[in-house]
Design a protein around this ligand. Structure first.
Ligand code: PXG
Length: 301
């Protein structure tokens, strides 16, 4: 690798900004950032990840995201070979080096390089990767109109198999659901659990609003406990909306006044239609818009 070894000095932001990647202590550029084909993250999806937003050069809820990363790792017997403070420091340096003020950070921790068998004991050291780049899921205009969503036939994986609280490198069920949506010409998908209750989007949590009350599935419903979800629950409570975490069925979405998704990449985005049923007035409603503006204020505060 030709990139210089990691240094402690922080680099002033460049005006334009460019993707910045850190792999196990080495700073790399996009073209030179490579991992081994023997890495079990690549061979088996054996690893965990995080996705975090940067607004105006400031990292949104870094501590919460790193807590979730370390919890995900612990749940799958993965020892991240650096402590949280050190990882937070390198993350800040990566953002600063990138010079990207409106960035997206991806942390990836893999089991590391092993042999062609599953046995993780063959992988002496987990790999830690940080990518700082940008992300945009939908054009701005979709946030005005709301999303056309369909229910995917692919359910979320059984929580008894791998806890959905673990943000693992195995996203195939969510990708299959996403492809169903793409094939049907929809903007996004709603995923159910295997009993038919509402779970989440392909990379979002879901909320409904009915008569001023906000409801979202509880973490134990088999969803990823989103950092954006938690921020929105706090914002909604501060704004005086009653918030309830409860099991939802598709009927609750069809008959809602408003429904919206939350996620790091998606932020807060209204759902205008689900499975051909128009939700509320068919565009993002007043509570969704209010929470969106409160969220924008929060991330810039
Ligand atoms: N559920 C799932 C399954 C997710 O993957 C969320 C909910 C929302 O969580 P946060 O903490 O972000 O509020 C996620 C987050 C993408 C993308 O490209 C989405 C996520 C991760 C990486 C990329 O849409 N998911």
């Amino acid at each position: 690798m030709t990139a210089p070894a990691r240094t402690k000095t922080s680099v002033p932001p460049q005006s334009s900004g460019s993707p910045t990647i850190w792999i196990d202590g080495e700073w790399c550029e996009r073209g030179s950032a490579t991992v081994s084909v023997y890495d079990h993250g690549f061979l088996y999806g054996d690893g965990v990840f995080e996705g975090i937003r940067v607004y105006g050069g400031r990292i949104f809820r870094l501590e919460e995201h790193l807590d979730r990363l370390y919890d995900s790792a612990k749940a799958v017997w993965l020892n991240i070979p650096m402590d949280k403070e050190e990882l937070a420091g390198v993350t800040r340096e990566a953002v600063s080096r990138s010079g990207i003020a409106e960035a997206y950070i991806r942390h990836i921790v893999t089991r590391g390089v092993g042999d062609l068998g599953l046995d993780p004991r063959k992988c002496p050291k987990p790999s830690v990767i940080i990518i700082v780049d940008t992300i945009k899921l939908w054009p701005e205009q979709m946030y005005e109109t709301g999303l056309n969503v369909i229910t995917a036939g692919t359910p979320i994986p059984q929580r008894e198999s791998l806890s959905p609280r673990v943000k693992s490198l195995n996203y195939l069920a969510h990708i299959l659901a996403k492809v169903e949506g793409i094939n049907a010409g929809a903007d996004e998908v709603l995923m159910l659990d295997s009993a038919g209750s509402v779970a989440e989007g392909s990379g979002q949590n879901v909320f409904v609003v009915k008569k001023g009350r906000i409801r979202t599935p509880p973490a134990h419903a088999g969803i990823l406990k989103g950092v954006t979800r938690d921020a929105v629950i706090e914002l909604a409570a501060d704004a005086g909306y009653p918030v309830e975490q409860t099991i939802l069925n598709r009927y609750d979405l069809y008959t809602a006044d408003e429904a919206f998704f939350t996620g790091t990449a998606s932020e807060i985005v209204g759902i205008r239609q689900l499975d051909g049923r128009v939700i509320g007035t068919g565009k993002p409603g007043p509570v969704t818009r209010d929470l969106r503006s409160r969220f924008h204020a929060l991330v810039r505060s």
